[in-house]
Design a protein around this ligand. Structure first.
Ligand SMILES: *Cc1c(COP(=O)(O)O)cnc(C)c1O
Length: 466
């Protein structure tokens, strides 16, 4: 067998073109074979279909049709976030332009751990991270703001705790709301920090008085983590009030805006994030309300001096004499070494859509959530948890047990007709619609509620006939 073609080099684009045709066709045939947002049949049936399509994963002799076969099967058994009835998670449909840019990133394969692997990409990353840092922190505090690209909210939250620990000379105690993302206490565990303190979030948001009380009883360096856009409900903690309590108690503030951070792009909704710029660190996830292919996370720091803690030397990547001679030192911009240029799809998206284009997408999904909440509210068979804040709507069949709520969701998943999430709030289980698709229409939203109602009715019938 001759050497298989590579994606870069003078022949790269030529070699890629027919393969891309194959991929695009298989995406199309696979999606048609699926026919809905999720493959029907449940985990066992779907796994069996995947096994049958793949056959031998490592055959002795290669198979020239592997690309077509596997991409078709991959698409046929996928959850399609662009399907209007796929609304369970903060799992967004990626913009075509971002995905196309990601192809270029894969083809050239720059790695952002040294300048000689990513000469232009490193400058693009510098420009983009500085721009997003200013977007979040304005002119910053005493130092200049900056930001780092991460694999997502989990890595950004981890970095935030690490930077807080280092800013405090080696230890810090995390104080977080019970509404916070699980990655925060987990990062405290990973970093060997003192036992974190959880503060009540009675109505889904961190209670500032309860926070004040918790901070009063604690000694030693403290890091408060607030959330702008909770994963379960899209609620935003009272950032201004929380920032004031942090100042009073000399605590550092991290805001996990993995979900809600993109409200900054919207003229209509930006004011919901008032106070965000006072946080020492902010997490943002553009593979949620930013319509990026995974991964696209960011950690913004108010004062770039905090990043000195990440400085690292490896002679083969950033020798002092290379740095003195003007080669940018990139190693301190991540805990990773080899690093994908996720910056390209981000830069292409921001420039293609502009702030107003992104803001419009944000406004559209927020409007969809309000409309869906109105439909729920008007339906006698459903109860609405509360008016939506961002693009998440929690609802449940009236007079249903938690067991029924869970069964309604699983029945829809097994049918492959609609994908709804679940959230436990106020002691009850809710169905969760996370609306991240700007192209969803009013008919789609009506269909989503109709399917949930039909699923509930079927369960009730099944129960009474037994
Ligand atoms: C999604 C989410 C995270 C985790 O982000 P990943 O990108 O999945 O690692 C953290 N915090 C909040 C509030 C989130 O919604």
């Amino acid at each position: 067998m001759s050497t298989p073609p590579f994606a870069s080099g003078p022949e790269g684009p030529h070699a890629l073109r027919p393969l891309l045709d194959t991929v695009l066709e298989a995406l199309d045939t696979g999606a048609r074979a699926r026919g809905g947002p999720l493959p029907a049949g449940g985990p066992e049936a779907v796994a069996a279909r995947t096994r049958a399509a793949v056959g031998d994963v490592l055959p002795d002799q290669g198979d020239p049709h592997a690309l077509r076969t596997l991409v078709h099967a991959f698409a046929e058994t996928a959850a399609d976030p662009a399907h209007p009835l796929c609304a369970a998670h903060l799992h967004c449909p990626p913009l075509a332009v971002a995905t196309a840019a990601d192809l270029a990133a894969s083809a050239l394969n720059p790695s952002l751990d040294s300048w000689d692997q990513a000469p232009g990409a490193s400058e693009l990353e510098r420009l983009l991270t500085a721009t997003l840092a200013r977007e979040i922190h304005g002119s910053g505090g005493p130092g200049k703001p900056d930001s780092l690209i991460t694999t997502g909210g989990t890595e950004a939250n981890q970095l935030a705790l690490l930077l807080a620990r280092e800013a405090h000379g080696g230890s810090v105690r995390l104080v977080y709301g019970t509404n916070a993302h699980h990655s925060l206490p987990r990062a405290a565990w990973l970093l060997g920090l003192p036992e974190p303190v959880a503060v009540p979030a009675p109505r889904g948001t961190l209670d500032p008085d309860a926070l004040d009380q918790a901070l009063t009883g604690l000694t030693g360096p403290l890091l408060v983590a607030a959330t702008a856009g909770t994963t379960d409900a899209g609620y935003i903690d009272p950032l201004h009030d929380i920032a004031a309590r942090c100042t009073t108690h000399g605590a550092r503030l991290h805001v996990d805006a993995a979900y809600g951070g993109s409200l900054l792009f919207s003229d209509r909704h930006r004011n919901m994030l008032t106070g965000l710029d006072t946080a020492d660190t902010v997490t943002l996830d553009l593979h949620k309300l930013g319509w990026q292919p995974v991964a696209a996370g960011l950690l913004a720091v108010r004062d770039a001096h905090d990043l000195a803690a990440l400085r690292q030397h490896a002679d083969y990547l950033n020798a002092d004499d290379d740095t003195e001679a003007g080669l940018p030192d990139l190693l301190g911009r991540s805990l990773r070494t080899t690093r994908r240029p996720d910056v390209l799809k981000l830069a292409v998206t921001l420039k293609t859509l502009g702030r107003s284009g992104l803001g419009t997408l944000v406004d559209q999904v927020c409007a969809h959530a309000r409309h869906f909440a109105d439909l729920v509210d008007a339906h006698p068979g459903f109860e609405l948890h509360a008016p939506p804040v961002i693009s998440t709507v929690l609802f449940r069949p009236t007079d249903a047990t938690d067991t029924t709520v869970a069964a309604v969701r699983r029945a829809l998943l097994t049918d492959g007709r609609a994908v709804l999430g679940r959230a436990r709030l106020d002691g009850r289980l809710w169905l969760k619609a996370t609306l991240l698709n700007p192209a969803t229409g009013p008919d789609d939203l009506a269909a989503l509620l109709h399917l949930a109602a039909a699923s509930r009715a079927t369960l009730v019938e099944g129960h009474t006939s037994r």
